[in-house]
Write a protein that binds this ligand. Structure first.
Ligand code: HEC
Ligand code: HEC
Ligand code: HEC
Ligand code: HEC
Length: 166
């Protein structure tokens, strides 16, 4: 009887506690312990407020939250560090952060205009301004961080659909 119970527990809990769990969000406060300048800059940016700025009635609408609060399940109200940089539970320890290969392997995402295009799409522009992603990118650059602002590489053209098989 006991081993059956144990087997059931392993089945139920096992997958939840293995080391191969996908990385989780740990929240901007954790990142700020080592990236204070980036955090200070982000905290004053519209991304940090993109949920609070919605009208009360829109704050629960899934069709708004996908972009205005994509990480609600982890109690994050806006577009935060890990929305762009990837969930950080695995890459945040400092010895991993210092290793460019390891941090990428453990989930730190490379940045390109494609990151922005997940949300900054032509169809949704309440201000009716033409969308200029490169200009937005320059505005986003975290002030006070050590790297100079870099101009992002142009987005590669979409891969053509594979030819239908005969
Ligand atoms: C324990 C300290 C620590 C924590 C916590 C931490 N980082 Fe880092 N991070 C570092 C160090 C150290 C580097 C390496 C700096 C270098 O290579 O000069 C780094 C580098 C980076 C880089 C730069 C990579 C590049 O291309 O130059 C990004 C982006 C980054 N961290 C994002 C994050 C995010 C997002 C979080 C929170 C999920 C986070 N970090 C949490 C210490 C930390
Ligand atoms: C595909 C992603 C996406 C979705 C879905 C989305 N938004 Fe937005 N929203 C954005 C982006 C990106 C901006 C910033 C636009 C800019 O300033 O260039 C924005 C800006 C806004 C603003 C500020 C506009 C201003 O003029 O200051 C409001 C309000 C807003 N959205 C409401 C909503 C509501 C309500 C919904 C749901 C019905 C919604 N959005 C769904 C991406 C999205
Ligand atoms: C909207 C997407 C987005 C958000 C949100 C965001 N970042 Fe970044 N981050 C970028 C991009 C893009 C770059 C590289 C381009 C640049 O800095 O000009 C970058 C660069 C960085 C770097 C490397 C710059 C350096 O030289 O040190 C660090 C560290 C970093 N981000 C940490 C953070 C932290 C911490 C947060 C949250 C407090 C955060 N980022 C929020 C998109 C984002
Ligand atoms: C998960 C969705 C999401 C992603 C990914 C994202 N953004 Fe945003 N961004 C928003 C929303 C939503 C707003 C509007 C917030 C508001 O007005 O309340 C916004 C606002 C901005 C603004 C301020 C608006 C303005 O006209 O000044 C800048 C700049 C910006 N984003 C740049 C970027 C850049 C650059 C990237 C990619 C590195 C990026 N964003 C990625 C959702 C996103």
């Amino acid at each position: 009887m006991c081993w059956r119970l144990a087997a059931v527990l392993v089945l139920l809990l096992g997958p939840g506690i293995t080391w191969s769990d996908p990385p989780r969000s740990i929240g901007p406060e954790r990142c700020s312990k080592c990236h204070e300048a980036a955090h200070t800059d982000w905290a004053t940016h519209l991304h940090a407020k993109s949920w609070h700025r919605l009208k009360e009635a829109d704050r629960k609408r899934p069709q708004c939250l996908t972009c205005h609060a994509p990480d609600r399940q982890n109690r994050q109200a806006g577009v935060h560090c890990e929305t762009c940089h990837g969930p950080g539970s695995a890459y945040a320890p400092s010895h991993i952060m210092r290793d460019p290969n390891l941090r990428g392997y453990l989930g730190l995402l490379p940045q390109s205009l494609a990151t922005c295009q997940r949300c900054h799409v032509g169809g949704h522009s309440p201000k009716l301004k033409p969308l200029n992603l490169v200009e937005l990118w320059r505005k986003l650059h975290h002030k006070g961080t050590k790297s100079p602002a870099v101009t992002p590489a142009p987005t590669p053209a979409p891969t053509p659909a594979p030819a239908p098989s005969p």
